[in-house]
Design a protein around this ligand. Structure first.
Ligand SMILES: [Zn+2]
Length: 333
């Protein structure tokens, strides 16, 4: 992906563009910022630009042998280090140093990306430091770290640090729609909100059943069961399926809270909900007190889970409250 297609991160991109155009690239960069904000995408875009054989500072052409090898993941002058187990190991840094004793094989530049650089132990860090202190020519080392804090200060001071901030919700939604077309527009919008402007985090969420169960739960609440007994039965059946979400249960709870909070905001500001919102046609269904009770019920389920309470019991208590308790309405709230 060329720089021009990267959404947001204008400051980081303009720094890199200026360095590229003026041929003043540093030997080492440290991209820091929250996970999923675009650091890896930007590092890969920079590597692709450096490895394209059509020189001239423009975006990678996409057709030359360098571009094709990079896209296929087989470019000999592109090295990617990812944590082995808990972090980047000293052996990985030793191997890297060995590789860098040789000049680049092809177009004169080699790009090295070290992901999760904050996971490097002191030993590996010190070994990398020597490389950054005496960088072999024609190599550029891109360190990616969610947090520079745990890294050796000496490493940080040897790199040009480029901070990455979370994107705006609109930008994050655009990235999610572009990179993960499997999300519906409404799900992309919810994910942009839930991931706090770090759309890279959404990829792991798509395979979760939390999104589907979130809609199912809201639909069931809106439909209202024929009798109290039917409501209890429905709540318990859904609770059993929710408990199977395991670690994604928190995602489900966040989605529920978000939907209700959006209804509350919409009623308070007198603004319609966005088209496609799961509660778009039911804004008046609950009053503010009931909405707030439901948000509280979800928050208390979240804290019970954090205290390691039984998932099944937490889900049953939550859904009985939502389907049969005060939050349902008419229960004296
Ligand atoms: Zn090219």
């Amino acid at each position: 992906m060329p720089f021009s297609q990267i959404i947001g991160q204008r400051k980081a991109l303009s720094l890199l563009r200026r360095a590229l155009n003026g041929r003043r690239l540093a030997h080492g960069y440290l991209f820091t910022g929250p996970e999923g904000a675009g650091k890896s995408t930007t590092a890969r875009a920079l590597a692709a630009t450096l490895l394209c054989e059509q020189k001239g500072g423009g975006p990678p052409c996409g057709f030359c042998s360098g571009c094709r090898k990079f896209a296929a993941g087989s470019h000999p002058d592109f090295l990617l280090l990812q944590p082995e187990g808990a972090g980047i190991k000293i052996n990985q840094i030793r191997e890297l140093k060995k590789a860098l004793t040789f000049p680049p094989f092809e177009q004169g530049m080699r790009a090295v990306i070290i992901e999760d650089a904050q996971s490097m132990g002191r030993e590996a860090g010190n070994s990398l430091l020597k490389l950054l202190e005496e960088p072999p020519p024609d190599n550029i080392i891109l360190l990616i770290a969610s947090d520079a804090e745990p890294m050796l200060e000496t490493i940080v001071s040897r790199c040009q640090v480029i901070p990455f901030a979370p994107l705006t919700e609109a930008e994050a939604g655009q990235v999610i729609r572009q990179t993960q077309p499997q999300f519906s527009p409404e799900d992309a919008r919810l994910m942009a909100k839930l991931t706090g402007g770090c759309p890279g985090r959404a990829a792991a969420l798509h395979s979760s059943d939390a999104l589907r169960l979130h809609k199912e739960c809201l639909d069931a609440l809106l439909a209202a069961a024929a009798s109290e007994a039917a409501a209890v039965e429905q709540a318990l059946a859904l609770a059993g399926r929710l408990a199977e979400l395991k670690d994604d249960l928190n995602l489900f709870l966040d989605l529920l809270s978000l939907s209700w909070k959006e209804v509350m905001a919409s009623r308070l500001c007198g603004k319609e909900l966005e088209a496609g919102h799961p509660l778009a046609g039911a804004r008046e269904r609950w009053n503010l007190q009931q909405l707030s009770a439901m948000v509280e019920a979800a928050a208390s389920a979240r804290s019970d889970l954090a205290r390691n309470c039984s998932r099944t019991l937490v889900c049953e208590a939550l859904l009985l409250e939502l389907f049969c308790g005060g939050a349902k309405g008419g229960g004296g709230l």
